[in-house]
Design a protein around this ligand. Structure first.
Ligand code: ADP
Ligand code: MG
Length: 490
């Protein structure tokens, strides 16, 4: 049990109120840490530190090379301490340790990638008429308020902090109140890595208090948010008062589409992997499994058979393939959708709490991998994001039908298509209205490639070169090369 503090202006500080929040291990419900329950006063201190670091101090003078090197050092630090950090992620989020290890390697590489990109930011020279030189410079956007969720705690922090540092911005980051530990541990390495005080500030607390205070603070230039659609809408509205730049990575109801000519064994695994990875707590979860009628029963049976073997348990047990959900709130929400589903469709697997759990995990937030079949696309379990291990299987007739059902959703984060016919795959790629489309796979999110949604899944892109653009402004510079009067007023 450790008590953490906020990291503001290079120093560890308690919340002004002195209040704290408990942080749980969701597999055992044990309190494993306490963090400050910050309010507007704490956020204001952090924002003022970030502002000072951006406007004065050493940070505006650092070169892209130096910022790159800082990022390389953070990457190295995570690489060296990967085992410890993976364990922290599992203890705090619940996910299987093998998945946490993957997250760690992604997070470490994310710092390395943006370390490399820092020195590749370039502007343009534009061919404007006259004896003029026209430039478009790319400059850091300023102080970034970064609000992240609990499903990939450290990866989400890396995805926000790395491009901001590369661009020369400063940050006030609020981790999810459920999973703050890993990024606070990382903050312990900031000074050693060469980050001046105030460049990255970590403020803990609840969304409605600490998060909301960041969004309305007049000295914050940009909000980068990953989380629920509901909160995304609030943030967009609240940020409008000060016209902040906003980027939103929200949820989805992503279709995972299986044509009859898909490689059958790969399809079975792809359907499971799409929605049961990370306990289904993935914004791009393939929660709608669309199956062509001619293989519908055969694929469904095979998927159910294989899903029965998914071992649910504490993430630290080596045989575990699915851990607990992250919180009581999430557990209650998923269970309530299971009841909704039982009224709307046919339950073929799961539907509740696992019967056999190890003694130490009896109180944990565990839910069975659950499959509903013959789901109508208008059902609530096909339209609303559940954010848990719940698959809705929907039959379709042909390509036309598949794309129509797939696009019939308010969301547009991701989609996957499984077929051995490259032309069919590419026709679907063109028609699917989603920010990420996989062919014969689902869920990989390489750090080098852009990630983000269409429609109500948000806007702006993270990762890849596009992720850096979110932290850069464009400054147009017009240079008159004639050093004599313009001659307008004769
Ligand atoms: P969930 O409900 O699944 O936890 P949220 O979208 O509520 O997802 O939370 C994602 C992040 O947004 C968390 O860090 C949370 O504290 C924060 N948050 C929640 N509500 C607000 C709000 N009104 N303003 C700013 N941030 C918020
Ligand atoms: Mg919420």
């Amino acid at each position: 049990m450790q008590t953490y503090r906020n990291f503001i202006d290079g120093a560890w500080t308690d919340a002004a109120s002195g209040r704290t929040l408990d942080v749980l291990n969701p597999a055992t419900l044990e309190v494993i840490a306490r963090v400050p329950d910050s309010g507007p006063e704490d956020v204001d201190r952090a924002v003022r530190a970030a502002r000072r670091a951006f406007d004065a101090g050493d940070w505006p003078q650092t070169s892209a090379r130096e910022r790159g090197r800082i990022l390389f050092r953070l990457s190295e630090y995570l690489g060296k301490n990967a085992a410890r950090f993976a364990e922290i992620e599992t203890l705090n989020n619940g996910k299987p340790l093998a998945e946490a290890r993957e997250d760690l390697s992604d997070a470490a590489f994310c710092f390395e990638y943006y370390g490399g990109l820092a020195t590749k930011v370039r502007g343009d020279v534009l061919p404007v008429p006259g004896n003029v030189m026209s430039l478009a410079l790319r400059e850091p956007v300023g102080v970034a308020g970064q609000i992240i969720p609990w499903n990939y705690p450290l990866m989400m922090a890396a995805q926000k902090l790395a491009p901001a540092i590369a661009a020369g911005c400063t940050s006030v980051l609020k981790p999810a109140e459920q999973t703050p530990i890993s990024v606070l541990e990382l903050a312990g390495a900031f000074e050693e890595a060469g980050l001046p005080p105030g460049v990255v500030n970590i403020v803990n607390g609840a969304g409605e208090t600490a998060g909301a205070a960041i969004v309305v603070h007049p000295e914050v230039d940009k909000i980068a948010f990953t989380g629920s659609c509901e909160v995304g809408k609030i943030i967009m509205r609240e940020a409008s008062a000060t016209l902040k730049r906003v980027s939103l990575e929200l949820g989805g109801k992503s279709p995972n589409i299986f044509f009859a000519d898909a490689e059958f064994e790969a399809a079975i695994e792809g359907a499971l992997f799409g929605v049961f990875l990370n306990q289904g707590e993935i914004c791009s979860a393939g929660s709608r499994v669309l199956v062509q009628r001619s293989i519908y029963s055969r694929l469904l049976d095979a998927v159910v058979e294989k899903a029965k073997k998914i071992k649910v348990g504490p993430g630290l047990s080596p045989e575990t393939k699915m851990g607990p959900l992250v919180s009581q709130e999430q557990y209650d929400k998923v269970l309530s959708y299971l009841e909704v589903g039982k009224k709307e469709a046919r339950l073929v697997l799961g539907g509740g709490r696992p019967k056999h759990l190890p003694k130490e995990a009896e109180k944990g937030f565990f839910v069975e991998p659950t499959i509903f079949c013959d789901v109508d696309n208008s059902a609530r379990i096909a339209r609303e994001e559940i954010f848990g291990p719940v698959m809705a299987v929907i039959p379709f007739d042909d390509e036309e039908d598949a794309c129509r059902i797939a696009n019939d959703t308010p969301f547009g984060l991701a989609a996957a298509v499984w077929t051995r016919d490259i032309f069919k795959a590419l026709r679907a790629v063109k028609r699917l209205r989603a920010g990420v489309v996989w062919v014969n796979h689902m869920q990989p999110a390489p750090v080098e490639a852009p990630w983000g949604g269409y429609k109500q899944s948000g806007f702006g892109r993270e990762l890849g070169p596009h992720g850096l653009d979110e932290y850069l402004e464009v400054k147009q510079v017009y240079i008159n090369l004639n050093d004599r009067p313009i001659g307008w007023y004769r």
